[in-house]
Design a protein around this ligand. Sequence first.
Ligand code: ATP
Ligand code: MG
Length: 289
Amino acid sequence: MNDQASKLRSLRKQRSPLKVSDSVRVIAVTSGKGGVGKTNFAVNVSIALGKMGKHVLLVDADLGLANVDLLIGMTPEYNLFHVLNGEKSMSDIIIPGPDGIRIIPGASGLYSLANLTESEIDILIKAFSNIDGPLDFMVIDTGAGISKNVINFVKASNEVIVITTPEHTALADAYAVIKLVYDSVERIHIVINKVDNYKVAEITAQKLISTSKKFLNISLNYLGFVLEDRTVLQSNMDQVPFIDKYPNSLPSKCITNIARKLISDEPDLGPSNQTIGGWIKKLLSFMLK
Ligand SMILES: Nc1ncnc2c1ncn2[C@@H]1O[C@H](COP(=O)(O)OP(=O)(O)OP(=O)(O)O)[C@@H](O)[C@H]1O
Ligand SMILES: [Mg+2]
């Protein structure tokens, strides 16, 4: 107990070396139900933002089964473990992805985030705070479910995109996530995936929007939908993101529309940007609670 308290104290004392001007839009992608398309969405929307000239850092935060790298056909040699044990720096582990995006590969064993020592906390905060280069978006692909790990990644982020399919179970799980995070995040976007047509997507989105309004008194932002299409599975098997493999496919067009909407959302509607140093400190303070 004392140990945890002292870690939290040391966390509060640390200053992030980043300036306010270094703040970015931090967006966690989550779903509740597994397998609804989070990783495909996170990878492809990051690339779409990259194509539009935005600087994107994609973080694979699936602490169970890291798989962003699988979808882009890369096998990263190093990950956050190597940063934590001092073997590598953050710039050594960040891999370049398509269209200028950068990727922090997943570290499946980082389940132990709550058991970090004070010096590891220090390393992690410095490593994230010192990520260099211009950055507009940090997109975080979370794991399935509503475990503390997943929810903390979401709660540390100012914005969240909740992905669901039209199925009842997926919708119920999406609402369960929204209920858990709505008082911590500034903006909740929703995306409906694997639909046959836009009407089904709109009806599904409306269910989530009206339930959230009625019971939580919050307004969700409907970003759009992604059509169900076999090119997604095919590109997964080929380990090339579908937006690059099949740029003219319907899912690619849907993703491009969503990326455009995300960009046009800023800045007046107001989710505030965050420094990455501030984000990692917030995340760790939740994990250590
Ligand atoms: N729009 C789509 N059309 C067709 N298939 C899709 C679509 N989106 C995702 N899929 C398929 O659904 C499966 C799950 O996708 P993905 O791995 O992106 O989901 P996930 O939510 O990240 O899963 P997990 O919860 O395990 O992390 C994959 O087989 C993928 O090809
Ligand atoms: Mg995934």
